[in-house]
Design a protein around this ligand. Structure first.
Ligand SMILES: *Cc1c(COP(=O)(O)O)cnc(C)c1O
Length: 397
């Protein structure tokens, strides 16, 4: 098919949930570069929305997938798999969790986390089921995770949603206190809100939530679907804050592009699910586990997180210089390689102009430029982006 035919067939045969997509037909990726079918090379600061942590086509991940495909792709969770056990062990040994469960997407992991929190109290015959979430959050598009997503535009067409969800403004501890009652089971929060505008939690907020949860017998759930697996300069963002959740979820970067997600539970919460409570046909299948195992091993053994810290430091310093230079920039925020730049204007046109210079970047809402590059990005790549932004902003200001 020609590039134009691909786009036309999409319009005709695929449900129109993605609207007018960016006119790129992604054909191949290598490292930090994405290649269009027409041959154009893009420097990619989106990493498949925080998925391709090690970049495209990482040789060891690709090899691991190839080798696994030659043996077995799937056989159902009726059986044991060595690679699933090894991945479970690796995650537990490198986090505060005692046990894990594997699913296939971020929404599914969060859905399972909500079920796990409710089951934890049901098992103790306690009538605690309410979940407190935050405004501007994003937890997924299944009905329960939509119910936990504090953005009306996503919820509205799908009411009635599952009951028991309340919302407090982000970073507002007092508002959470006001919502807590004896039926509150859990608080679910992103350590840094992603889709909601790249809003980092303050340390006091997450620490305060931890204390509140301890006092009131409430579970603290961190949605680390976007922040997890090295993105923020720690393996998990909760480590950045020094605040341990009872449950946290991973997805995006976990398989470096292979669909896999995980619920990780700490202490006795890890024992709440019993046989029959939860399951997934594809969840933790050996192909996905192999990719995740290879990805995590590389991140742990090849100093990727130190590199993230160093390049992120440079990136944020350079953005701060642009902020000083251009009044149109309202705020630069984020942690590690999860960075948002809030502008006083819509970012749509700027993203297009950056793309015309062969660099891909994201938005988060109307006014925020969002950068989620692969974790293997280097300073030269960042310099190229900064120079491009500088040029574009100078024409606007
Ligand atoms: C992307 C995202 C999700 C949803 O993940 P899917 O794999 O699209 O279901 C949930 N929570 C956060 C924080 C995310 O960034």
């Amino acid at each position: 098919m020609k590039k134009k035919e691909v786009m036309q067939a999409d319009k005709k045969y695929h449900m129109n949930v993605y609207g007018d997509r960016i006119p790129v037909v992604a054909k191949k990726g290598q490292g930090v570069y994405l290649y269009d079918k027409d041959g154009t090379e893009y420097l990619d600061f989106t990493a498949g929305i925080a998925v391709n942590a090690l970049g495209y086509n990482h040789p060891q991940v690709t090899k691991a997938i190839q080798k696994q495909a030659e043996n077995i792709l799937h056989a159902s969770n009726l059986y044991y798999f060595e690679i699933q056990s090894k991945l479970s062990k690796l995650l537990v040994e490198n986090s505060c969790a005692n046990k894990v469960f594997f699913a296939n997407s971020g929404a599914e992991a969060n859905e399972g986390a909500i079920k796990l929190a409710r089951k934890y109290f049901t098992k103790q015959s306690k009538d605690k089921y309410k979940i407190i979430a935050t405004k501007d959050s994003f937890h997924g598009r299944t009905l329960a995770t939509l119910a936990a997503t504090g953005q009306e535009k996503y919820q509205k067409p799908f009411t009635p949603l599952p009951q028991g969800f309340d919302f407090a403004p982000y970073n507002d501890l007092e508002a959470v206190k006001d919502l807590i009652d004896e039926k509150t089971a859990a608080i679910i929060v992103e350590p840094i809100q992603g889709e909601g505008g790249v809003n980092p939690a303050t340390k006091e907020y997450l620490q305060g939530l931890r204390e509140l949860c301890d006092q009131k017998e409430i579970l603290l759930i961190f949605d680390e679907v976007q922040t997890g697996v090295g993105r923020t300069g720690s393996l998990f963002a909760y480590q950045e804050y020094g605040v341990k959740p009872d449950i946290f979820t991973l997805a995006k970067a976990l398989g470096n592009g292979m669909p896999i997600s995980s619920i990780l539970a700490c202490g006795d919460v890890a024992e709440a699910f019993e046989p029959g409570d939860h399951a997934s046909t594809f969840g933790g299948n050996p192909l996905a586990c192999r990719a995740a195992y290879a990805t995590l091993k590389i991140i742990l053994e090849e100093n990727i997180i130190d590199q993230v810290k160093e390049v992120a430091n440079y990136f944020q310093t350079e953005l701060a210089k642009l902020e000083d230079k251009y009044a149109i920039i309202k705020d630069v925020r984020g942690k590690g390689l999860m960075i948002g730049v809030e502008l006083r204007v819509s970012v749509k046109q700027i993203i297009k102009q950056v793309r015309e210079e062969n660099i891909l970047i994201l938005n988060a809402g109307e006014n925020v430029l969002r950068f989620l590059p692969p974790l293997i990005i280097n300073k030269d790549h960042v310099t190229k982006l900064i120079e491009t932004l500088d040029q574009i902003l100078s024409e606007l200001d």
